[in-house]
Design a protein around this ligand. Structure first.
Ligand SMILES: [Zn+2]
Length: 69
């Protein structure tokens, strides 16, 4: 009967360690950034790297200028 108690104690410690490690890994992961498609070529670029022009988003300044009417 003693061995069962010991085994469950080990399992509990192992489970706690596993949970703690997983939480730490989640914190280290980079945040998923919002992706915007280029209005000219359709390439998806992160929102903070996209070129905003006249309410539209582009992958680069060149495409923003090329998409002029
Ligand atoms: Zn583009």
């Amino acid at each position: 009967m003693k061995i069962i108690f010991l085994l469950s104690a080990i399992l509990l410690i192992w489970w706690i360690l596993k949970t703690l490690r997983r939480n730490r890994m989640t914190d280290a992961e980079p945040r998923i950034r919002n992706m915007l498609p280029c209005d000219y070529c359709g390439l998806h670029v992160p929102e903070d790297e996209a070129v905003q022009h006249q309410g539209r988003s582009y992958c680069c300044r060149e495409h923003a200028e090329r998409n002029q009417p």
